[in-house]
Design a protein around this ligand. Structure first.
Ligand code: NDP
Ligand code: GDR
Length: 332
C-alpha cells in the first residue's frame, strides 16, 4: 500500500488531499504540531478523521521531521504546512519565515538525511509573482514577492528546485493560485464574505468590513486543485507546474456574486475600510495552466460562481444550525 505523509493535514488542502488519497487506497499519515488543542473540524466534516494516522512533529523542528519520516517511510510527502495568511505575515514575519520558508528546507533535509527515496510535493504559491512581471503568469514568469509570506514561499520554492538539482531528489513545486472551498479559514476574503452573507441573512450581523475591493485573483476550487498535486508526483520526471483557472475577478465581483445568491445587493452591506488594506498589495493575478493541461491532463472543473454558491449554501447551513442549537432546538 502506498503511504503518503501530509504536513498541514488540518488545513483546507490537507483535508481535501487526505480524502482524495484515501479514496485512491493510500495509507495517510498526517503531521500534527503540538498544540494545546487540535482542530480537526475539516477532517470531521469530511468524515475521514478515523482513517488517518496522526504523527507528531513541527515544521520548525527538523529532528521531529526526521523521526516521522524514519518511522513512517512515506512513499510521497505533500508539504502543505505553512503560516498561510498573507495579511498576518507582516505582523509575524519571523514566524512566517521560520514555518513557511525554513520549514520547507527542514522537510527536504529530513528526507535527505533519512535516505528516503520518497517523492516530495511543495506547496508553492502565486504570491511569489506578487508585483507581476507578465500580464499572465506561467512557470516562466519572473518572481517579485510583495509580502513576507511571498518571500518565505520563494525561499521554499527555490530550495525545492535546488534539492532536485543537487541531489536528484524527486521534488516538485506546484505554483498554485488561490483556491477556496467551504473548508476555507475565515481569515481569507472569500469565506469572510460567504460567512457574512449567511450571518446577514440570519439576522445576526448587519454589515461586513473589507479591505481593498479592487484586488483581482484567479480563484479556483480546492477540491479540484488537490488532484493536480497528486498528478505531479505520478510523473516520470519531477517538474514544477502552475495550477490556475485562467480567469481573474475582483473582490467587488466576489461580493456581488455571493450577495446576489441570496437576493441582496452587496452595496448595501459591504464597506471598504482603509485600515484593512495591506502595506503592499498584489493587485492582480491570473495564471496560465497550459503546461498542467498538456502534461498532467489537468484543468479546473468548478467555476467561480459554482464555488461561491457552494460556500454560501454551506455557511447558511452552519449559521442556521448554530442558531438552532443556541436556542436548544433539535434539528435532527
Ligand atoms: P491552511 O492555512 O488552511 O493550513 C495550514 C496548515 O499548516 C494547518 O494544518 C496548520 O496547522 C499547519 N501548520 C501551521 N504551522 C505549522 C507548524 N509549525 N508545524 C506543522 N504544521 C503547521 O492552508 P491551505 O490548506 O489553504 O494551504 C495549504 C498550503 O498551500 C499552504 O502551504 C499554503 O501556503 C499553500 N497555498 C495555498 C493556496 C490557497 O489558495 N489555499 C494557494 C497557494 C499555496 P494548525 O491549524 O494546527 O496551525
Ligand atoms: P491571498 O488571499 O492574500 O491572495 O492569499 P486573501 O483571501 O487573504 O486575500 C485576497 C485579496 O483580497 C483582498 N481583501 C481582503 N483579504 C482578506 N483576507 N480580508 C479582507 O477583509 C479583505 N478585503 C480585501 C486582499 O487584500 C487580497 O488582495 C491566499 C492564501 O491562501 C495564500 O496562502 C496563498 O498562497 C495565496 O492565496 C495564493
Amino acid at each position: 500500500m502506498t503511504t503518503a505523509l501530509i504536513t498541514g493535514i488540518t488545513g483546507q488542502d490537507g483535508a481535501y488531499l487526505a480524502q482524495f488519497l484515501l479514496q485512491k487506497g493510500y495509507q495517510v499519515a498526517g503531521l500534527l504540531p503540538q498544540r494545546s488543542s487540535t482542530s480537526l473540524w475539516r477532517l470531521d466534516e469530511l468524515k475521514i478523521t478515523d482513517n488517518i494516522r496522526f504523527v507528531h512533529g513541527d515544521m520548525t523542528d527538523v529532528s521531529s521531521l526526521i523521526k516521522v519520516i524514519k518511522e513512517n517511510q512515506p512513499d510521497e510527502i505533500y508539504n502543505l504546512a505553512a503560516q498561510s495568511f498573507v495579511g498576518a505575515s507582516w505582523k509575524q514575519p519571523i514566524l512566517t519565515s521560520n514555518v513557511t520558508g525554513l520549514g520547507v528546507l527542514h522537510v527536504l533535509e529530513a528526507a535527505r538525511l533519512s535516505n528516503s527515496q520518497c517523492k516530495i510535493y511543495q506547496a508553492s504559491s502565486s504570491e511569489m509573482f506578487g508585483l507581476v512581471q507578465q500580464p499572465i503568469q506561467s512557470e516562466y514568469t519572473p518572481f517579485y514577492p510583495r509580502s513576507p509570506y511571498g518571500v518565505a514561499k520563494l525561499f521554499g520554492h527555490w530550495m525545492t528546485v535546488n534539492y532536485r538539482e543537487s541531489y536528484g531528489m524527486f521534488a516538485c513545486s506546484g505554483i498554485l493560485f488561490n483556491h477556496e472551498s467551504p473548508l476555507r479559514s475565515l481569515h481569507f476574503v472569500t469565506r469572510k464574505v460567504t460567512d457574512a452573507v449567511a450571518r446577514i441573512v440570519c439576522g445576526v450581523q448587519g454589515s461586513v468590513r473589507l479591505g481593498n475591493l479592487e484586488a483581482r485573483r484567479d480563484w479556483g476550487f480546492a477540491g479540484d486543485y488537490v488532484e493536480a498535486m497528486w498528478l505531479m508526483l505520478q510523473q516520470e520526471q519531477p517538474e514544477d507546474f502552475v495550477i490556475a483557472t485562467g480567469r481573474t475577478v475582483d473582490v467587488r465581483y466576489l461580493c456581488e456574486t455571493a450577495f446576489r445568491y441570496v437576493g441582496l445587493d452587496y452595496k448595501d452591506y459591504v464597506e471598504s475600510d482603509p485600515a484593512l488594506f495591506r502595506p503592499a498589495e498584489v493587485d492582480v493575478l491570473i495564471g496560465d495552466a497550459s503546461k498542467a493541461k498538456s502534461k498532467l491532463g489537468w484543468e479546473a472543473k468548478t467555476s467561480f460562481e459554482e464555488m461561491i454558491r457552494m460556500m454560501v449554501e454551506t455557511d447558511l447551513q452552519r449559521v442556521s444550525k448554530q442558531l438552532a442549537s443556541a436556542k436548544g432546538t433539535d434539528l435532527s
